[in-house]
Design a protein around this ligand. Structure first.
Ligand code: ADP
Length: 422
């Protein structure tokens, strides 16, 4: 009794687990829970119906002893099963995403039309072949060989070199797997259009803004005392616009750059510069300390690293009330070295932390604007760190203060005397 109850629950439980996993993967890969759930459900149904068909095959030939009525019912039922199976296969075949069902030995069991188009699979000869062998010369080969737990993003489609794919592998059933591949070329193209647009607009705005700013600087407020406050506001705003344009151009450049020209970045002078900048911005309102114990230089882009490190210091000064303190540190860690800036400022509520590096994301727009912020500083920091394979970690408590830490790996460290750790 207990055993039959267990087996009754086994199938729904396995199905629920597979659907949950599908939903999670769909959300992670495509941003939609439903797409993952639908694909797993479809795969489960196709498999189930295939199994039913196999098991029903001996019964398809109606027993000789059956009465004509039993025979007719039997034939109607088997026609219904066959037609459902056909409908589901047709539906799966028409999915725009490539779907490949793999058995426990990674052999191709079934695939849809999109898999022919995007992955270059051919019917019927690719049924039963090892997928890893079949795609051995493609960009998916390392991923298939070394582990498919993490989705693979932005990879050239084996059947279509001009298409980019997001590929993921979903385990289901008894050690079977479902490979899903989505064509993201159009998204990449839109992203490129967005990038070009922002870069072009920023570039076009740069010259007129420089001219306006130049003329405003030429006007002496003493010549027009009644307009002095207006003039001062116009100067401040044109300076702010100019800074936004410069930050947008810097971001565009960082976004299109996939590699940097590595140089030795001497940390002692860089840290001294960053500290001086902080003092100039603070104008004596904060206590600023520098602690440098790492005794290592960085391998990377001097200009970009300067921009990232000074952005963090500038934020610390701007978001810490007068009388607060700011500590700049460059220290070794077991994984490499960390540059951090800690302040005793306003702090950041936990709910904002994940979004801080998005462009123009601010906790308080007025506070950012009043302090001369463009809302782009942390985006620039994130991009610069990505180019150096480094990570930004933020710890903060409202009313207590924040620490922004840039973690660099051993491969980016250069020891004094020229040797490197990588
Ligand atoms: P902004 O130019 O507005 O400072 P950033 O991208 O540098 O833009 O920072 C984004 C937002 O993160 C800021 O508007 C501010 O709300 C918050 N922030 C950044 N650094 C700090 C800090 N040290 N303390 C408190 N809030 C901070």
């Amino acid at each position: 009794m207990a055993q039959s109850a267990t087996s009754t629950w086994k199938l729904p439980a396995a199905l629920a687990t597979a659907l949950l996993a599908g939903g999670l993967l769909g959300w992670l890969v495509h941003g939609h829970v439903a797409s993952g759930v639908a694909l797993v459900a479809l795969a489960e149904v196709v498999l189930l119906l295939t199994r039913i068909r196999h098991q029903a095959q001996p019964m398809m030939a109606a027993p000789a002893s059956a009465s004509p009525l039993q025979h007719d019912r039997f034939m109607t039922r088997s026609r219904r099963i066959a037609s459902s199976l056909r409908d589901l296969r047709n539906a799966a075949s028409q999915l725009p995403d490539a779907v490949v069902l793999l058995d426990q030995d990674q052999q191709v069991r079934w695939f849809n039309h999109a898999a022919e188009n995007l992955l270059g699979l051919r019917r019927p000869m690719d049924r039963g072949v090892l997928l890893q062998q079949r795609l051995a010369t493609s960009d998916l080969s390392d991923w298939l060989r070394d582990g498919t737990e993490e989705p693979l993003n932005d990879v050239a489609a084996p059947g279509h070199p001009n298409c980019q794919l997001n590929v993921s592998m979903l385990p289901f059933g008894r050690r079977q797997q479902l490979l899903l591949a989505r064509d993201i070329s159009h998204l990449n193209r839109l992203e490129q259009v967005r990038r070009d647009f922002v870069a072009n607009v920023s570039h076009e705005l740069r010259t007129p803004l420089t001219v306006i700013h130049g003329y405003l600087e030429l006007i002496d407020p003493e010549d027009v005392p009644e307009l002095a406050p207006v003039l001062s506001e116009m100067r401040a705003q044109s300076k702010r616009m100019g800074q936004i344009v410069e930050d947008l151009l810097a971001l565009s450049r960082l976004e299109t750059q996939h590699q940097i020209v590595d140089e030795r970045v001497l940390m002692a002078p860089l840290l001294a510069t960053v500290r001086k900048e902080a003092e100039a911005l603070s104008q004596g309102r904060h206590e600023i300390t520098l602690e440098s114990t790492a005794e290592a230089d960085l391998l990377g882009s001097p200009k970009d690293l300067h921009s990232a490190l000074s952005n963090l210091v500038s934020n610390a000064v701007r978001y810490t009330p007068t009388g607060g303190s700011i500590a700049i540190r460059w220290q070794r860690t077991p994984d490499g070295a960390v540059y951090s800036v800690s302040d005793t400022g306003f702090g950041i509520p936990a709910s904002h932390l994940a979004r801080l590096t998005e462009r123009f994301y601010r906790i308080s727009s007025s506070r950012s604007r009043d302090s001369g912020g463009t809302g782009l500083g942390l985006s620039i920091v994130k991009h610069v760190l990505n180019l150096h394979q480094a990570q930004l970690r933020i710890e903060s408590a409202p009313g207590v203060g924040s620490t922004f830490a840039c973690h660099f790996g051993h491969a980016r460290l250069l020891l004094p005397g020229g040797s490197d750790e990588g």
